[in-house]
Write a protein that binds this ligand. Structure first.
Ligand SMILES: [Zn+2]
Length: 209
């Protein structure tokens, strides 16, 4: 074998090696770096995690919001969750996200992308070519619309609005609760609902600990 063909062979193997390393690296999601501030949970390395997963951080944030049933906010590279959540719970949800939206259902490769075909979202694998409708997406859609007039929900007041009314966020809906205090957990009856905003009335206050 000539020096040239050794070189060519070496180059080819390097390419193959670096590709498989890349795949493995992309599966190693960093552990969430979590701190608690009062009743808030802050994931300090949220952007590192979403970069690694290679999906829109807003989509992952929305997924977590639906899963935890509580408001979340992207703050630069951090994610703020309006409740105490353990790093372990966050890891499990991210794993669940990976299983639904990232890892190929057939070969497990994270080298996939989401494509919209008609009204269906498909998880398309670049490694093996498999295409499957995404399993969790429809559930998320359904759950988002489950705040209904005349029903009772437990919410945590995350802030106070400009007119002194309590504000909560549940399943993608802004809930306005007159008379509620910040950080209070209350059971509310949905009186009126329009688009993404609902007016609610307190039916029960949780005992303050
Ligand atoms: Zn695959």
């Amino acid at each position: 074998m000539s020096i040239d063909s050794y070189e060519a062979l070496l180059k080819r193997s390097e390419n193959v090696l670096s590709k498989s390393n890349l795949n493995q690296q992309r599966l190693q999601i960093p552990e969430p770096d979590v701190i608690q501030e009062g009743k808030l949970t802050i994931v300090r390395n949220f952007a590192d995690i979403t970069d690694m997963i290679n999906r829109d951080p807003r989509h992952i944030a929305k997924f977590l919001m639906t899963e935890f049933g509580i408001g979340v906010t992207i703050d630069g590279r951090r994610l703020i969750i309006n409740r105490k959540i353990s790093p372990d719970q966050i890891s499990k949800k991210i794993q669940k996200y990976m299983d639904s939206f990232v890892k190929c259902y057939e070969c497990g490769s994270p080298d996939t992308e989401i494509q919209k075909v008609g009204r269906t979202y498909l998880l398309v694998c670049k490694a093996c070519g498999a295409q499957h409708p995404i399993r969790v997406a429809t559930e998320m859609q359904k759950e988002e619309n489950t705040v209904e007039e005349g029903k009772i929900y437990t919410v945590e007041i995350s802030k106070i609005g400009s007119s002194g009314e309590g504000r909560a966020f549940l399943r993608g809906v802004n809930i306005v609760v007159p008379g509620a205090k910040r950080r209070e957990t209350v059971k509310v009856l949905i009186k009126k609902m329009r688009n993404n905003t609902a007016i609610a009335e307190i039916v029960e206050r949780e005992q303050q600990s």
